[in-house]
Design a protein around this ligand. Structure first.
Ligand SMILES: [Zn+2]
Length: 431
């Protein structure tokens, strides 16, 4: 496709094929990303021009730039607060994150993705921020786009968090301690006389609450409850907090922390992973593990490691292998751009098409993606580097990059050096 922006905006021609229609959608997405980059550039130049004019008019230095954010907000039809954030991001992009900005200009990165990276690097020095900008967003040796382009937002956020922790664990820990002070509960209206109840919590508590609700849902469904998973979780939340029903038993909540053996030793900078959340500093993990009743097991080392290397003859992944895949994929659906939690571990290449029940050919998918993949004309297969290649009915190919727990060689497909700790927290949710 070589259409100009004007041609793209005029819309696809009558009788366009399915492939052309998908191309049109994808090209317009690139135009939107590039437009956001140019908006950022214009905002920075506006800020510079206004400052020069104000200085010439004798306005004191501390007041220079006043009113620019509001002008940006009006022009972009957002609130003044949002305008200030957009102007702030624009300055960071142009001055401190050149590779991120270049990806946006090339149409491969959205303003929202850039916002996540700016946020995750906010506590770092300028030097460290530049390192992360380069490591995540610079093109490959042959000019190919970096892997972050295909990542889902959660996966991308995790990659940025991990790098930040690796570069400057101290700053990340200090910022986390400070953030805990902001814990709170909020409620806001939702359509159809519903409400959103939200809670900003330290990761250990938030993940534990969610895991407790998830476990209640699984138990209910196993007992034949016909409510959906979401319905049971919502009902259980209300029941336990309001004391509407008290089961008496304290729920035993399991939070999975995956870390390398090295990270368990003191003074390591390697991040740990909390399943359902993402990377945390090893120092934080060590402290949390010291706090709670901890059940530790080695994951997928001998003899269980053989299970991972071993192909299963059965059509469905055995439990240990399914858990391995979920941990390997970080608990997040492998579809590009999807951030939903994994609900199914299934074959990339179908069993009936000769796909094996092995770690290489299995992927963790959310319910929706697992269904989409079963639709007519969809295909998938594993790539040699641990990626999953999905081919849609129009022949478009999407590559899901390998998770960074992937260790290609040797041992293949093994998390042998990883240690999984289950954090068992006694959370009494009945207030
Ligand atoms: Zn999904």
């Amino acid at each position: 496709m070589n259409e100009t922006v004007d041609q793209l905006l005029a819309g696809p021609p009558l009788g366009a094929s399915e492939k052309e229609l998908v191309d049109w959608i994808s090209r317009l997405e690139e135009v939107k990303c590039a437009a956001e980059a140019v908006q950022a550039e214009a905002a920075v130049r506006l800020d510079e021009a206004v400052r020069v004019r104000q200085a010439e008019a004798g306005i004191p230095a501390r007041k220079l730039g006043e009113g620019v954010a509001s002008q940006v907000a009006l022009a972009r039809r957002v609130s003044p607060a949002k305008g200030a954030k957009l102007l702030g991001l624009a300055k960071i992009l142009l001055a401190e994150m050149p590779h991120t900005f270049a990806l946006m200009k090339a149409g491969l990165f959205s303003q929202w993705q850039a916002t996540i990276l700016a946020r995750e690097t906010a506590c770092l020095s300028l030097e460290d921020r530049r390192v992360i900008d380069y490591q995540l967003c610079a093109p490959g040796p042959d000019g190919e786009p970096p892997a972050v382009v295909a990542m889902g937002l959660r996966q991308f956020e995790n990659a940025a968090k991990k790098l930040a922790i690796t570069l400057d664990q101290e700053s990340v820990v200090a910022r986390a301690a400070n953030a805990e002070k902001d814990r709170r509960v909020s409620v806001r209206p939702a359509p159809d006389t519903m409400t959103w109840l939200g809670a900003l919590l330290p990761v250990k508590d938030g993940v534990a609450v969610y895991a407790a609700l998830d476990q209640a849902a699984m138990a209910a469904r196993a007992a034949g409850d016909e409510r959906t998973r979401g319905q049971v979780m919502a009902d259980t939340l209300v029941d336990r907090i309001t004391g509407r029903s008290t089961t008496g038993a304290k729920p035993r909540v399991e939070v999975k922390v995956v870390m390398t053996a090295e990270a368990m030793a003191a003074d390591s900078d390697q991040p740990a992973m909390v399943e359902g959340y993402g990377p945390v500093p090893a120092a934080w993990a060590r402290e949390a593990l010291a706090d709670a009743e901890v059940f530790m097991r080695r994951l997928f080392t001998d003899p269980a490691g053989q299970l991972v290397a071993m192909e299963s003859r059965s059509r469905t992944a055995p439990e240990g292998l399914a858990e391995f895949i979920t941990t390997r994929d970080g608990g997040i659906c492998r579809t590009n751009g999807c951030d939903a939690p994994i609900r199914n571990v299934d074959h990339a290449q179908r069993h009936t098409d000769g796909g094996t029940t092995s770690a290489a050919n299995l992927q963790g998918l959310c319910e929706r993606c697992n269904q989409a993949k079963e639709a007519l004309g969809w295909q998938a297969r594993p790539g040699p580097d641990g990626s999953i290649i999905t081919i849609t009915p129009t022949g478009h190919t999407y590559v899901s990059p390998p998770p960074d727990t992937w260790t290609p060689d040797p041992p293949p497909l093994s998390l042998a050096e990883f240690v999984l700790r289950d954090l068992l927290l006694d959370h009494d949710l009945a207030a």
